[in-house]
Design a protein around this ligand. Structure first.
Ligand SMILES: [Zn+2]
Length: 144
């Protein structure tokens, strides 16, 4: 039996039949047949739960440090930017972290403002608008 590559990919990533069927808009029995053909056991209790949203997937790939930093344990692209794929789209972990904390899309580049390059803590990431505001506050204090 020939298995569609997108079904095979999601099966290998540990998703359930129901989740894959919903995501690809196909019937569950197609997924079940593909699972059988590829000899992949059913996801039961203890199987990896599929992420319900990009935010969910972000948290699954983060290790919270006791000092408040959040360390990225997921993939990084060739520029070193923490990224992940969700529903066939590439997402920047910085962007999602920013969205979680600020509820809006960032402007310009998002970076960790805490001095730890590998940190993606939503409380620590800053976009251009925030950096400029901080600079103008410093300017008004120190009269630069
Ligand atoms: Zn940090």
């Amino acid at each position: 039996m020939k298995v569609r590559s997108d079904i095979a990919h999601l099966l290998h990533n540990g998703h359930s039949n129901t989740h894959i069927a919903q995501q690809l808009d196909i019937h569950r029995r197609h997924v079940a047949a593909a699972r059988k053909a590829l000899h992949i056991p059913n996801t039961g209790v203890g199987g990896r739960k599929p992420a319900a949203s990009p935010e969910d997937m972000f948290w699954q790939r983060v290790t919270l440090a006791p000092d408040g930093h959040a360390l990225w344990k997921g993939h990084r692209n060739s520029n070193g930017c923490p990224v992940f794929r969700y529903q066939k789209r590439a997402w920047s972990a910085y962007r999602i972290a920013f969205l979680i904390r600020h509820g809006r899309d960032p402007e310009g580049r998002v970076r960790a403002g805490c001095g730890r390059d590998e940190c993606v803590a939503p409380d620590h990431v800053e976009d251009r608008r925030i950096r400029e505001r901080v600079e103008s506050i410093y300017d008004s204090i120190f009269g630069r």
